[in-house]
Design a protein around this ligand. Sequence first.
Ligand code: HEM
Length: 528
Amino acid sequence: NNSDEGYENQKIQDLSKDKKKDEGQFLTTNNGVRVNDDQNSLKAGQRGPTLMEDFHFREKMMHFDHERIPERVVHARGAGAHGYFETYESMSDYTAANFLQTPQERTPVFVRFSTVVGSKGSSDLARDARGFAVKFYTKEGNYDLVGNNIPVFFIQDAMKFPDLVHAIKPEPDHGMPQASAAHDTFWDFISLMPESMHMIMWVMSDRAIPRSFSMMEGFGVHTFKFVNQEGKSHFVKFHWKPKLGVHGVTWDEAQKISGNDPDFLRRDLWEAIEMGNFPTYELGVQMVAEEDEHNFNFDLLDPTKIIPEELVPVKLIGKLVLNKNPSNFFSETEQVAFHPGHLVPGIDFSNDPLLQGRLFSYLDTQLIRLGGPNFHEIPINRPIAPVHNNHSDGYMRQSINEGKSSYQPNQTGRGCPFQAAVHDGGFSHQPERLEGEKTKVRSSSFFDHYSQAKMFYDSQSKVEKKHIKEALAFELGKVEKTSIKSRLLVHLQKINESLAEDLSKTLGVEIPKNLEEPLNQSIPENAD
Ligand code: HEM
């Protein structure tokens, strides 16, 4: 039942405070002064220069000149929608998260789907991962599940993210993006980064060109933690399962659609919602008790590995329904700020080194993308939960905090009462015993780069395998440097012998026999 009857989306109500209807109104300046002539500037005589004193002209031009903000450094192209999340059953055994306690309870959400690499004006149907970011406006504050449509990632450590993105974005000299002419930088990086092989298999598969945003899965990728009231935790992987099933288009279809309608996916999303065909997904979790952490032949902290569903089944715990388009693309879809660090009590991080680095990156980038420290006050970002703290001032501050104290502890003002800097009932990081030497080394299973890549390839049907081969042939066919192609073939050989041999023939490149070990392949002596 996706009916909205009797359900009032609190976030939509909250946004309505800021909505404006200008139709049929007398045109005014920003100061509310009515304007008679908005088409002709004030001049000294009919053929003379424009006068500085034309304040309306100056204001109109000044505002226009500053309409653009930087696009996201990645995931620049996106489409958003409002909706709700509905819990199926109480998850209190596993998590204290308030929005997962009461069956049928609905929580407002805003979702943004995106491509990763292309700029804001690029095509929807590029071969790429897709972002699947969900902001839950819970009663206990905003919770962001900032995921992708592929369950693993290219790299294992956030330190490598700037390199990955530099390699994948348009080349620095001519600024041309991938898939036009040669694109050696991305494949050069990949050929030297064996940990990317699992993700590469997914990106070369049909998963990387979805037919519709409503026909793709979403994944939290990292392992997170659910923590219940008693403080007991489970490791958790998040999944979104589309009710319409998973469908992609072929590369040939993608190229033709991109030429005809680069907005294909965002138009599809918009029209589906307008027609009442609300995109619907179920939220699934794979949970692993804390004590079972080491029962696998891979590390739960390694974002290049999945937990096979045969080992830990996915439990469906709720559904997401997207039933309202944004009113304004810039105000909502562009200004929304997701952050994997936006947690609510009952959900916590794992020590995945990719996730840990993301926790720094998002706030940092949004500080400049959204123009200062007060972007949490932008309507789409502000929680429906009340906000009380001593953060003050700064560019574009909207709240008018009353009272004299903006410090803690205090006897009169905001925050906790007298002296109590710490009190119960809020978020607390799950205590975790840590010991060991400072090190840059990860555990040895992080160096198994091929088992799961192979598992994914082997799981594909005949036609899907053909698509992967064709995608690799197309992509590597664009690479100019032979050593990049041959190094790639060595990796692919470890995933599937005949895949590598067929590609070797198609590309006219030999598979080298005694290639020096690519980087990152040997396990350091001191790894566990
Ligand atoms: C967006 C950094 C890995 C999903 C972004 C943005 C940055 C970033 C800087 C732009 C945010 C903004 O301007 O608002 C990183 C770093 C990563 C990483 C440093 C690794 C160390 C991942 C992974 C996923 C992911 C593994 C998926 C699980 C997303 C999504 C967005 C995004 C969905 C777009 C959010 C939106 O729609 O506004 N990332 N990212 N990222 N990232 Fe990541």
